[in-house]
Write a protein that binds this ligand. Structure first.
Ligand SMILES: [Zn+2]
Length: 353
């Protein structure tokens, strides 16, 4: 009997697959291949593979076995090898042959048996606020949580978790990133995830807007389409949402799938010129906002791109009116794209951002 077939007969693994599929099917928790879940069993931690969708957790083998103690030791020693989970994968037991997510480092950093990580939009709306630590404190009183300032996923985020999460922490609010919950069982971790999501959910949302017919007509033949999501369209019609959208990237997956920040058509600019420019940049901007009219993305957008375009609206409508936001720095954007910071800065300047 292989360790994987042994795991498959474990009811907790069955429960994890079900909860993973549920979270993966909820765009308010997981967008595209974002988010990941894990369970530790003996020497191995089974964690979602990179690039796979949690929504497929019931129908596909998504979980990659990782020697979590060796990975944790490497992280504690700041061993650069831990930035690539590959060397810590148990190759003999890897049914999918896939690579573990880089966020396996987050899962290994938490000693609990079950770890769930999502890009919960209510959590991100809290975690991008400049007053995020104090705001979260006011909402999560009594819960075993820690606020972790933004760090690049991998060895840096693992170090930040060691520095900021005392023993017994079961909830991590990851600054400019998302939510992690842990438990001895799937039910315990899932209950905490639901509790935090509910406590951080705002009492009202900033609204939603339909797709403007005239905007759709203007885009026809341009290779761009209106983003098919009311809250994202609302950004074009609400001065405060537009202000929140206008600037550098707020959280990593936005950058990875949609490019840095958004492009806004300014007074006196022609829409066609801006669309051409946005699509041709070294780091193409896949979200173009025309104030008063709508929000567009390329008609070649993948399902993941669309999921992240929806997420921006879902996050921004949840940010309270009085809040200000902190954004990823150019250096943080560059390191996520694995680009030299100076070359990246110059390419952004050239693109007029
Ligand atoms: Zn994440």
């Amino acid at each position: 009997m292989t360790l994987y077939s042994e795991l498959q007969s474990n009811p907790e693994f069955t429960a994890l697959r079900a909860v993973s599929a549920e979270l993966g099917s909820d765009p308010l928790q997981v967008q595209g291949p974002g988010g990941n879940t894990s369970i530790k069993s003996g020497d191995l931690m089974w964690v979602k593979a990179s690039g796979t969708w949690l929504s497929d957790a019931l129908s596909t083998d998504l979980f990659v076995p990782v020697y979590h103690e060796a990975l944790t030791e490497a992280l504690a020693a700041d061993d650069g090898r831990a930035d690539d989970v590959g060397p810590f994968t148990c190759r003999e037991e890897n049914p999918s042959g896939l690579r573990a997510s880089i966020e396996a480092t987050v899962h290994a950093s938490m000693p609990a048996t079950v770890v769930l990580h999502t890009h919960c939009v209510a959590t991100i709306a809290a975690a991008v606020r400049t007053d995020a630590p104090a705001f979260v404190k006011s909402k999560l009183a009594g819960l075993p949580y820690a606020f972790i300032p933004y760090a690049k996923p991998g060895i840096d985020l693992a170090r930040a978790i060691r520095e900021h999460a005392p023993g017994g922490t079961q909830i991590l609010i990851l600054g400019n990133h998302g939510l992690v919950t842990c438990g001895a069982t799937v039910t315990e971790a899932h209950n905490l995830l639901q509790e935090v999501s509910a406590r951080l959910a705002p009492s009202s949302l900033a609204g939603s807007a339909g797709i403007d017919d005239a905007f759709q007509d203007r885009l026809s033949g341009s290779g761009w389409i209106p983003v098919p999501h009311g809250p994202t369209q609302k950004i074009a019609h609400n001065a405060r949402l537009l202000m929140l959208a206008d600037g550098r990237t707020l959280y990593p997956d936005h950058l990875v799938f949609l490019g840095p920040g958004v492009t806004i058509v300014r007074e006196g600019e022609q829409l066609t010129d801006v669309l051409d420019r946005a699509g041709q940049q070294q780091f193409p901007s896949k979200l173009v906002i025309v104030p008063g009219h709508g929000v567009a993305m390329p008609d070649t957008a993948t399902a993941s791109d669309i999921a992240l375009a929806r997420a921006l609206g879902d996050v921004l409508v949840r940010i309270a009116p009085q809040a200000t936001v902190s954004r990823l720095s150019e250096d943080q954007e560059a390191e996520l794209l694995d680009w030299d910071a100076e070359v990246y800065r110059q390419s952004l300047n050239k693109a007029g951002r």
